[in-house]
Design a protein around this ligand. Structure first.
Ligand SMILES: *Cc1c(COP(=O)(O)O)cnc(C)c1O
Length: 450
């Protein structure tokens, strides 16, 4: 029912899928010159070791001992658990396993990369980090990690979340972080937006711009990102590497691997070590990426070069995108409201190695409720997309009479999302089915002639 690892079984290496992709990953491009970005140019913004890892094609990259030690504080190794009661309720012959990334002190997988980024920053003599956060999962993970390595951290939190989710803010402040509601008076960009509208609700795009400006205008300060980039996905593979060891202990192997996708980091974390086996040993395992119908980058987007942010400050990335001008509806799964998806994941989808699926908000919350009642755990609204996909696959296995082994990533808990669950219990949630023409309009802004 629960497969545990010893502390010394925490992986000593991360797995880098860039070594094994079926095609070479198209590089990020400079938006002005349309030529590949020189990694050295990124070193003013990002931690140097992270820039090195971003372009590395070495298959295994060593996890420093200091990082493994903080992984222990952050709940690693995490349990692999079986959803026996859910299986019973569904009457499925399938076995459903889920990896418990919710046991982290901040409630999600995001500490796996936050700890690594903070460690390298500390080692390189950086004094302060800046970042943005929407719902607050990433901000809390980086605030925790900065505290572990005695770094200062400044977080730009979208004003609407700052006002609506005060508990995430308090958590970050407990860890010693400095929080600004974005747009803020702390940057020129923020001031510009505030002048237009003193009650501006903010957006992730604006918050990224503020965090970047803060980083560029201060000495000894680096900027951190919580998803999408290769080095972030690399750090998350600790999830799947542990899971593989756990399956070995019970002599099982997954037929289906499932994760939800915002930028793609927790999906990559659970799946890439198993995708290695599919690419190298031709295993039959199926991979399913689950996203919201309200932000359907993988299911309705185009595979093309687009900006990584709304403010057009980042390099162009080749990815599945519904356009950087797309304004996602206010679904509760804040971590999935991203217009694109990680370039390596996009390539794997394009090559047919990963299948994609989109779910409506109401269906997702129904699945989460069933999971809470059967397993006693409340999923984050993001995680609930993976729960929904796992339930669908278990029902399919029942119809086909197949004893499938289903694995999904339980990326986080929903204790900070009870307001969303309240709305669900009061019958206020609907399936945001997509507004096709809104998506078509934003897709047109993608630079697809590259
Ligand atoms: C941020 C977040 C996600 C989405 O981000 P990815 O980079 O796609 O993993 C999913 N689940 C939880 C709990 C999150 O906090």
């Amino acid at each position: 029912m629960k497969i545990l690892l010893d502390i010394d079984e925490i992986p000593k290496y991360w797995y880098n899928i860039l070594a094994d992709l079926p095609k070479v990953l198209p590089p990020p491009l400079n938006p002005q010159t349309k030529t590949p970005v020189n990694p050295d140019d990124l070193k003013r913004i990002f931690v140097e070791e992270c820039v090195k890892q971003e372009v590395s094609t070495e298959r295994y990259i060593k996890i420093p001992e200091e990082i493994r030690e903080v992984y222990i504080k952050a709940g690693r190794p995490t349990p692999l658990q079986r959803a026996t009661k859910l299986e019973e309720i569904l009457g499925t012959p399938a076995k459903i396993f889920f990896k418990r990334e919710d046991v982290s002190p901040t409630g999600s997988h995001k500490t796996n990369t936050a700890i690594a980024q903070a460690y390298y920053a500390h080692k390189e003599g950086v004094e302060r980090l800046t970042t943005e956060t929407g719902a607050g999962q990433w901000g809390s993970a980086l605030a925790f990690s900065a505290a572990m390595f005695n770094l200062k951290v400044t977080i730009y939190m979208t004003r609407s979340s700052y006002l609506q989710k005060p508990y995430r803010k308090i958590l970050m402040e407990l860890f010693g972080a400095e929080i600004f509601p974005s747009p803020s008076n702390n940057t020129l960009i923020g001031k510009k937006f505030l002048k237009k509208d003193p009650n501006h609700p903010g957006s992730l795009g604006i918050a990224i711009s503020e965090a970047l400006e803060d980083c560029l205008t201060h000495e000894n300060t680096k900027y951190c990102l919580g998803s999408v980039l290769n080095h972030v996905l690399l750090h998350q593979t600790v999830i799947g590497l542990e899971t593989k060891k756990q399956f070995e202990k019970i002599d099982e192997y997954p037929d289906i691997v499932i994760g939800c996708v915002g930028g793609g980091s927790n999906f990559a974390g659970i799946s890439y070590p198993f995708l290695h086996d599919k690419i190298k040993k031709n295993t039959e395992t199926e991979f399913i990426a689950a996203e919201p119908t309200a932000v359907p980058s993988l299911t309705k987007g185009v595979y093309a070069y687009d900006y990584g942010d709304t403010g057009e400050m980042t390099p162009l990335l080749k990815m599945f995108t519904i356009g950087h001008t797309y304004r996602p509806p206010p679904i509760h799964a804040g971590g999935l409201r991203y217009h694109g998806a990680a370039p390596s994941l996009s390539l794997l989808v394009k090559e047919g190695l990963v299948r994609v699926r989109a779910y409506g908000q109401l269906d997702v919350f129904e699945a989460a409720k069933l999971f809470a009642k059967s397993e006693g755990l409340v999923p984050a609204p993001e995680t609930a997309h993976a729960v929904k996909a796992a339930i669908d696959e278990a029902i399919k296995a029942k119809k086909e009479g197949k004893k499938k082994v289903i694995l999904f990533n339980f990326s986080g808990h929903g204790f900070f999302d009870l307001q969303a669950y309240r709305e669900h219990l009061e019958g206020k949630l609907t399936n945001y089915n997509l507004v096709e023409d809104k998506i078509m309009e934003s897709v047109k802004t993608v630079i697809s002639d590259l």
